[in-house]
Each structure stands twice: as structure tokens, then as C-alpha cells.
Design a protein around this ligand. Structure first.
Ligand code: GLU
Length: 481
């Protein structure tokens, strides 16, 4: 059975690149009957924080793609130490007693050879190494890159294909720090082995780590998982997408807070670097699962388009468009709780919605959603459907100010008070006959009514608006113009 993992370090927020990695892992697992492991890479106690962990878990939970297992890397330190000891015992690793501040850096000219293989330390005899360790001298455990074995490391990446790096370009990297804590390379590889990970799917920025991981897997005598590295996400300026450069657009919670639907967000991210054979774009999570294939993953970097200075295009227009598509095509019952959350956030939730008048709420949501992009639009542009106090937009005010509009609307209110059955048809009939009697265009009353009832100049069909607002409130609003 395929087992994949997503391994965030709780040292920051959930980046949309991280979310995309999680989504690709999840889709791959689901589409092949496999399992998803969430592994929290929290071995670096100094950089990890509770707050970051909470925000990453919150962001992931919002995607509504549940993981099957959760593990904390910090709980597996014993296994990491044992693996370091096993590699030392085999001679695949050695102790480096060079004081930290004297360790050679790759960058300093003339020290490249020293950086690569720590002369003097690499060749220490086992006896001397054991003696110095036993005497309490501090050391780092380094991997002994097997340069005598050949030219370099090969592996096959399912996206980037054949990968090769010369041993001459791989330094004897650290496996364990002086305090005994594992480095990322060791912890990640040991956990991938122990947790039975069959496919490692992660960002392209880890490609250069994979050579080292392949060496560790081999030295541990473990089978290699398959690797697939996902192309980078770039900003509109062509540079790697980062919060420092590109701002809040990079954080998953921004999309949640601005009113994205998880299904649309997942749909959008899934198309950043992958496309189904038939190039369909609006896809539900179930459809994504049935269409997802890793051979559809593209090697080219994907660009997130947005315009920081524009209120309209604060996010990628494609993402906004997909959200609008999901908003109008999802089952309305699934949308209701999300709108409910919005309305409650605004303090507009009234007991009438609880008391058996959910039908009206459903009808309102259903009528409005075809004009909206985000769930927050219900709060921004739907207030008149939920509350008695609402703003009058300038364009709508102009419609009300047209000659004869106010008197006509007050009269319309009186007539509607008298109709037996308050429906779109009866409202339309009353409005048209009144317009004819008064010698005005029906449009004068239609636009005026929309303004009086909703404060807006556009919206769902005007006669529908009457029934959505409900007779009682229509009469009040028309009388009050
Ligand atoms: N904790 C690493 C990161 O967040 C995990 C990388 C990996 O998937 O191996 O970059």
C-alpha cells in the first residue's frame, strides 16, 4: 500500500506551496488507495513553536482533506540516535571533534577539500574516536560520503527524471549535532524508513537534499522510497513565492479569512503544476481524486498571478474565478453553514433562522450566490437580505431620486398589502399595472424597488427580490422610502 507523508516544520505559517505539497500527497494517496501521514518535523526545539504548530494544523484542517496518521518527529529521537550509532558502528559515519567555530565553511577559498571531507577527523581510528568520545569531548556525527565507491549518486525522480550528483560535490554532512539531536537529513530519512513511506513527494527545493538521503537509505540498508519533487511556485515577478516579497497572499489562512471555499482552493492549488488529461478546470475533490496522476505533474514552475495594488485581483484571478464556480455549483446545503458562519461573524444571525425559517435563508443564499465570488460577499453585499438597517449605494439612491419613483413605490406598497398571494407573479402584475396607470416605465418602479429593498442597483431578478425579502419587510421598506 502506498504511504506518503507531508512533513512541515512548525517554524512558521502554512505557505501555499506547503499546502500544495500536502494536496498532491493527499490526492496521490487517495487515488491509489494509500495512506497519508502528517509528520511534524519539530526536532529543532529552538525554532519550533506551539503557535506555528497550531496555525499549520488549523490551515491544514481548513482544507478538509484529512490525514490518516499524525507523528511528531521529536517523539522519535531515540530511533534517530540509534540510527546514528548504527551508522557509526558500520563505519558509514564518523565523529568530528572539530570545535564548531573552527569548522571549515564551503565558501572560504581553499577550504573546499576540508569542507568536503574533514581531513584529520575522517581518518581517526575507531579506538581514538571512542576514547575521545568517552572522555567527554564534544563531536558532531558526520556521514562518510563513500567517494571510493564510484562517481556519485543517482536517483530517479518521477517528475524531474534522472538525477545525478558527483561525490566531489557532496560534503560529509552532519547527521547529529553536538547535543546529540539529529539533523533534518538523519531524522527525515530514519522516519521515512520507520513509517514505511513509499513515496516522498515534496518541493523542488529539497532536490539537493535527496542525494544525501539516498546515501543514508543505502547505508542503513533500507529500500529507497520513490521520489517526486514538485516544481516551485513563483510570484508574478518570477521570483520564488515568499511572504517577505509577496505578502499575505502566500499564507493559507489569508484565503480562508477572505472567504475562499476549501474545495475551490484545493482545486486551484491542484492546478498549479498539474493538469488532467482533458484540461478540465473546475473540479470537485472527488473529481480530482479520480483524475489525479503523478505523470500529469508538470516540470515547469507555476506562477501565482496577483496584483497587490488591486482590490479585485488581490488573489490570482484564476483562484477567484474557481471560487465563484464552486460557490454556484456546490450543493446549497453545503454552502449554508459557511454563510451562517459569515452572518454570525457579523452579528446578523437572528432567531428566525433557527425557528423554521431556514427555507428563506436557503432561497436567499441560492439566489445571491450566482453573483458572488467569495463567501464574505454575503456579508459585504448581502446585508439587506439579513438585516433591516443597510446602506444605500449611490447608484441605487439615484434610482430612488428619479421623478415619481418614491410616490410610485409607496403606492405599490399599499397595493401589495392587498394582494392575496404574495408571489413573483402577483408582484409583477401589480407593479406593471400601477406603472401603466401612472404613465411611467415599469423600469422606474423596478429599479426603485430594488434600491428601496436592498440598497443596491444590481442583484437577483427584481421580482424575486420581493419574495426573498418577504412581504412584511417589503411593505415596511416601501412605506419608508
Ligand atoms: N520539514 C521539512 C520542511 O518543512 C520537510 C521536508 C521533507 O518533506 O522532507 O521543509
Amino acid at each position: 500500500m502506498n504511504r506518503v507523508r507531508f512533513a512541515p516544520s512548525p517554524t512558521g505559517f502554512l505557505h501555499i506551496g506547503g499546502a500544495r505539497t500536502y494536496i498532491f500527497n493527499w490526492l496521490f494517496a487517495r487515488s491509489t488507495g494509500g495512506r497519508t501521514v502528517l509528520r511534524i518535523d519539530d526536532t529543532d526545539a529552538e525554532r519550533s513553536s506551539e503557535e506555528s504548530l497550531r496555525s499549520i494544523l488549523e490551515g491544514l484542517a481548513w482544507l478538509e482533506l484529512p490525514w490518516d496518521e499524525r507523528h511528531y518527529q521529536s517523539g522519535r529521537k531515540r530511533m534517530h540516535r540509534e540510527a546514528a550509532a548504527a551508522l557509526l558502528a558500520k563505519g558509514a559515519a564518523y565523529r568530528d571533534f572539530t570545535p564548531q567555530d573552527a569548522a571549515p565553511q564551503e565558501s572560504s577559498a581553499g577550504t573546499r577539500a576540508a569542507w568536503l571531507c574533514n581531513p584529520g577527523m575522517r581518518e581517526l581510528s575507531k579506538e581514538e574516536s571512542d576514547r575521545r568520545a568517552a572522555s567527554g569531548e564534544r563531536f558532531v556525527v558526520r556521514f562518510r560520503v563513500p567517494r571510493e565507491r564510484g562517481n556519485g549518486v543517482f536517483f530517479k525522480d518521477s517528475i524531474f527524471k534522472k538525477q545525478f550528483r558527483k561525490f566531489a560535490d557532496i560534503e560529509d554532512f552532519a547527521l547529529a549535532r553536538a547535543n546529540g539531536d539529529p539533523t533534518y537529513h538523519l531524522a527525515s530519512t530514519v522516519d521515512d524508513c520507520d513509517l514505511g513511506i513509499t513515496h516522498v513527494i515534496r518541493g523542488q527545493d529539497h532536490l539537493s537534499n535527496t542525494y544525501k538521503h539516498v546515501l543514508i537509505f543505502e547505508a542503513l540498508g533500507r529500500e529507497l522510497p520513490r521520489f517526486g519533487h514538485l516544481p516551485l511556485l513563483l510570484g508574478p515577478d518570477g521570483s520564488k513565492l515568499s511572504k517577505r516579497k509577496h505578502g499575505p497572499i502566500v499564507s493559507v489562512t489569508t484565503y480562508r479569512d477572505k472567504g475562499f471555499l476549501p474545495s475551490a482552493f484545493v482545486n486551484y492549488l491542484s492546478l498549479l503544476g498539474w493538469s488532467p488529461k482533458d484540461n478540465r478546470e473546475v473540479l470537485s475533490v472527488d473529481e480530482l481524486v479520480s483524475l489525479f496522476k503523478t505523470d500529469g505533474v508538470l516540470r515547469a514552475n507555476a506562477v501565482v498571478q496577483f496584483d497587490e495594488s488591486s482590490a479585485q485581483n488581490w488573489a490570482d484571478p484564476k483562484a477567484l474565478w474557481l471560487n465563484a464556480q464552486h460557490l454556484r455549483s456546490m450543493p446549497v446545503e453545503q454552502l449554508l453553514p459557511r454563510v451562517e458562519t459569515e452572518i454570525k461573524r457579523c452579528g446578523w444571525w437572528t432567531p428566525e433562522y433557527e425557528a423554521g425559517r431556514r427555507d428563506r435563508l436557503t432561497a436567499v443564499v441560492d439566489a445571491l450566490r450566482s453573483r458572488f465570488t467569495l463567501t464574505t460577499d454575503f456579508a459585504l453585499r448581502g446585508k439587506a437580505y439579513f438585516m433591516d438597517a443597510f446602506d444605500l449605494e449611490a447608484k441605487a439612491a439615484a434610482n430612488l431620486d428619479k421623478q415619481g419613483a418614491r410616490e410610485g413605490l409607496r403606492e405599490l406598497g399599499k397595493r401589495l398589502e392587498a394582494v392575496d398571494d404574495f408571489s413573483e407573479q402577483s408582484v409583477e402584475a401589480a407593479l406593471r399595472s400601477l406603472a401603466a396607470e401612472r404613465g411611467v416605465k415599469p423600469g422606474l418602479l423596478i429599479n426603485g424597488a430594488r434600491a428601496a429593498l436592498t440598497g443596491q442597483s444590481v442583484g437577483p431578478s427584481a421580482f424575486k427580490v420581493f419574495t426573498l425579502i418577504g412581504r412584511e419587510r417589503v411593505l415596511e421598506r416601501l412605506a419608508g422610502v
